[in-house]
Design a protein around this ligand. Structure first.
Ligand SMILES: CCCCCCCC/C=C\CCCCCCCC(=O)NCC(=O)O
Ligand SMILES: [Zn+2]
Ligand SMILES: [Zn+2]
Length: 515
């Protein structure tokens, strides 16, 4: 500031000229950034549509109790082929009994795939229209080790102050039951649909889906689908400060997945004469510590998170809008800020989570073996191999061996110009007035990754409004849903059936133009 005042007050004309030029250049550059934020980066046509909200169906006790009863069946997946199979059987009987009227329609069919997964087909009357598929899963992650922290027993489906608590309330029995309730209402009201509907319910999504969704995809063979809608990102409020509009994040792409077991074998021995250099546990601890210090690189500015952030920018105040609309220049600052929040950080890079550590058998015996599991969610610009190579370079310890436990490459981005995306977005505006929809990144795995041969149009989206702090309830303590939230889900899926069925022939073009 002092230098600037000096230049202004000095008699040095050249200095003054240089200063004037620099000021003009700086102002022009600033205007250019503002132009990019307000003229180039307009809310896209997908974000500003105002539609009439739909009249809604109200939930009754029968529907609510059915949902709660589904939560009480402990369909827990502990790992691949390590599931509560008797609970899965009970769950299937429960569904068949509770929704027997759906199966009774002559144009409806239920197939049980690979003993435990379910595939409903509601044959449409117009064979020229491509079928579409809604997916969900009915296995859940365990709540073992968390029970004491839960407000209520995780399998009691207790209602408290408008919330239903329980494993599966968000992930993912609400989708499955919500879709079936909606289908029942749809068929009663509208009769046979024009367009064929598939409802695919996997029984092992939480254990990678190799037995369930993969078998369903095989069963569907070379069927071509118009679109797939599976569980996914949702409507979240206030993901970061200043983002006051609730945004509906419609997952149009999905990160990859890699689990690696790292292990070490040493000699072990008596704990009274430990050699820290040869301790299996210290070796593993060092490797874990190196991984903590060396996160995978950020791809901000190069991957789908850039489009997402640029779209989000149009919902922000002046400074943040200018910053996020110009990631190319403010990249380091934006990266620094987004890296501080685990949700936003997960969009920028491949994440690293150490999920299992095992070693030791007795307190006075030095173990000769130690292992740890690392679970990565792979950024769409990386591959399983690149991620593993990075890990090995970071660990840089020949004593540590590895085994790949599971790998799934990132899934390519689906178009937002498709009929499926338009319908999901339009229906969101009907059920959740006031939200703005943005195509987003699903940071976790879904069964839909097995359906990539059936369609290019795959969307991962859970039609529910959540607060940012609710996200930790996924796989965590006190997973819950509001009664209102469940009612919204049923209404959303009902309108998906209705809108997709109405979007035929000329109507399809009309809906596309409208949006
Ligand atoms: C700039 C802000 C963008 C915010 C993006 C949306 C926030 C959504 C955050 C979390 C979504 C978590 C969804 C969890 C779905 C669970 C699916 C699952 O458990 N699959 C199995 C697995 O991945 O292991
Ligand atoms: Zn899930
Ligand atoms: Zn899950």
């Amino acid at each position: 500031m002092k230098i600037i005042t000096k230049i202004i007050n000095s008699n040095n004309k050249t200095m003054k000229k240089i200063f004037a030029c620099l000021s003009i250049l700086f102002s022009l550059f600033f205007l250019f950034l503002v132009y990019r934020a307000y003229v180039v980066n307009q809310p896209c046509k997908h974000q500003i549509k105002i539609v009439e909200s739909a009249s809604k169906f109200q939930i009754n006790n029968e529907i609510l109790n059915r949902f709660k009863n589904s939560l009480k069946i402990q369909t827990v997946s502990y790992g691949q082929n390590n599931q509560n199979f008797s609970a899965l059987k009970d769950f299937i009987s429960f569904i068949q009994t509770e929704f027997s009227d759906i199966e009774a329609y002559k144009y409806a069919k239920l197939d049980i795939i690979n003993n435990y997964s379910l595939l409903y087909k509601i044959q449409g009357s117009d064979l020229a229209l491509k079928p579409y598929l809604l997916a969900a899963h009915f296995d859940v992650v365990p709540a073992d080790g968390q029970n004491d922290n839960w407000k209520f027993d995780p399998f009691s489906a207790t209602t408290d102050e408008g919330f239903i608590y329980g494993r599966g309330t968000l992930d993912d029995k609400s989708s499955m039951l919500g879709q079936l309730e909606a289908l029942r209402i749809f068929l009663k009201k509208n009769g046979q649909p024009r367009r064929t509907i598939y409802l695919a319910y996997g029984h092992d999504e939480e254990a990678s889906g190799y037995q369930g969704a993969k078998s369903i995809a095989k069963f569907l063979g070379n069927t071509t689908l118009e679109f797939v809608l599976d569980e996914g990102t949702m409507i979240v409020e206030k993901v970061f400060k200043g983002l006051d509009t609730p945004l509906a994040y419609i997952g149009s792409t999905e990160k990859g997945y890699l689990t690696v077991k790292f292990f070490v074998n040493t000699t072990g021995g008596h704990s009274s004469m430990p050699n820290p250099e040869e301790s299996a546990i210290f070796i593993v601890a060092d490797a874990i510590s190196k991984m903590k210090k060396n996160k995978h690189p950020s791809f901000l500015g190069y991957g789908p998170e850039t489009t997402l952030l640029t779209r989000i920018a149009t919902n922000l105040g002046f400074i943040k809008r200018v910053l996020l609309s110009n990631i190319w220049i403010f990249r380091p600052a934006i990266e620094f800020i987004l890296s501080m929040n685990p949700t936003t950080d997960s969009l920028l890079r491949t994440t690293t989570a150490v999920t299992i550590v095992r070693s030791g058998v007795k307190e006075n015996v030095l173990p000769s073996y130690a292992e740890f599991y690392v679970n990565h969610r792979i950024h769409s610009l990386q591959s399983c191999k690149e991620v593993l190579d990075y890990d090995l370079a970071v660990i840089n310890d020949k004593r540590i061996n590895y085994e790949i436990i599971d790998c799934s490459e990132p899934i390519k981005t689906s178009s937002i110009e498709s009929l499926g995306y338009s319908i999901i977005e339009h229906t969101t505006y009907q059920i959740f007035p006031g939200v703005s929809a943005v195509p987003s990144i699903m940071i976790a795995l879904t069964d839909s990754r097995f359906y990539t041969n059936l369609t290019e149009n795959i969307y991962r989206y859970l039609p529910i409004r959540l607060l940012n702090e609710d996200l930790k309830r996924y796989h965590g303590v006190d997973e819950r849903i509001t009664t209102q939230g469940y009612e919204d889900m049923i209404n959303f899926y009902y309108l998906i059936f209705k809108n997709t069925d109405d979007a035929h022939l000329d109507k399809t073009r009309e809906l596309r133009n409208e949006l």
